[in-house]
Design a protein around this ligand. Structure first.
Ligand code: C2E
Ligand code: CA
Ligand code: CA
Ligand code: CA
Length: 281
């Protein structure tokens, strides 16, 4: 048993060592990849649940890694956050998303699509240069600020409230909208909803998952929808995968929806095609 324990420790240590090396390697590659334009944005429609039309979309980054293939954000955003590389990467994401939205508007296929949503990480939002970065992305693309939504996670609103409030106020002054992402998963008290200039709550997909079989979860979702109504906040339900979930959400009136039931995140060309032909109802 003792030998086995020692073996386990060694295996564990090896794994840790490999993970550290992997991280180091990824950091170097990430640095290179930003200059080398190895990233791409995919877009997932956000739909109005009654009529099924596309009223917005969320930009989701992928890394087309030359050797590892296409990497999902969970595989590299945390490293980009820790190393600060999220700042230049985030600037690229923001500019690219704004330019794409302008292209769709210019093509006349974004009449219903009022907003482009871009995810903003903690490190980015805390960066004093961030509001200026957003302003310059808007100016460079010519995108109407009212057509940009920035998604921030709930947990971000907990620490350093003064700094965050200052940053968010500067962003709001540009004329854009702010969404709280993964709403309900944070541990913060709801008082921030009054304190911060929030426009949208995105109900985390963990609440939507199983709401058709778990009445408690459906009640929770309804509670959030009602909260949104009373605070005059737009609600977006994330992770809709099943028709039953969509039906339940439609009956609540109000919320917008996003999820694989409607569409997976799409490459720009596929999103363009979807915008041209419209969402099948
Ligand atoms: P998120 O912001 O909550 O994005 C939604 C995630 O849920 C996406 O995963 C999307 O593909 C997935 N999703 C959408 N509909 C469904 C569904 O019906 N069922 C399920 N199971 N999943 C669904 P993705 O693209 O892998 O992104 C994961 C996370 O990575 C995002 O979560 C976001 O936190 C982060 N991320 C993605 N793109 C960016 C970015 O450009 N910048 C930053 N800072 N973070 C990003
Ligand atoms: Ca998001
Ligand atoms: Ca989310
Ligand atoms: Ca998330």
């Amino acid at each position: 048993a003792k030998a086995k324990g020692k073996q386990t420790v060694e295996v564990f240590r090896d794994a840790m060592h490999r993970a550290a090396l992997e991280r180091l390697e990824l950091t170097g590659e990430l640095q290179h990849a930003i200059g080398d334009e190895q990233f791409e944005l995919h877009f997932q429609p956000i739909v109005e649940l009654q009529a099924g039309n596309i009223v917005g979309c969320e930009a989701l980054v992928r890394w087309g890694h030359p050797r590892r293939g296409r990497l999902a954000p969970d595989e590299f955003i945390p490293v980009a956050e820790d190393t600060g590389l999220i700042v230049p990467l985030g600037a690229w994401i923001l500019r690219t998303a704004c330019m794409q939205m302008v292209r769709w508007q210019a093509a006349g296929i974004a009449d219903d699509m009022r907003s482009m949503s871009v995810n903003v990480s903690t490190r980015q939002l805390r960066d004093p240069g961030f509001p200026a970065e957003v302003r310059s992305a808007l100016a460079a693309s010519g995108l109407d600020p009212a057509c940009l939504t920035l998604e921030i996670t709930e947990s971000l609103l907990v620490d350093d409230r003064m700094l965050i409030l200052q940053q968010l106020s500067q962003l709001k002054a540009l004329g854009l909208r702010l969404a709280v992402d993964d709403f309900g998963t944070g541990y913060s008290v709801l008082s921030y909803l009054q304190q911060f200039p929030i426009d949208i709550l995105k109900i985390d997909k963990s609440f939507v998952a199983g709401m058709e079989i778990a009445p408690d979860r459906a009640k929770l979702v309804r509670g959030i929808v009602e909260l949104g109504e009373s605070l005059n906040l737009q609600i977006v339900a994330e992770g809709i995968e099943r028709a039953e979930q969509a039906a339940q959400l439609r009956a609540m009136r109000g919320p917008l929806g996003q999820g694989f039931l409607y569409s997976r995140p799409l490459e720009p060309d596929a999103m363009t095609a979807l915008l041209r032909r419209g969402m099948p109802v």
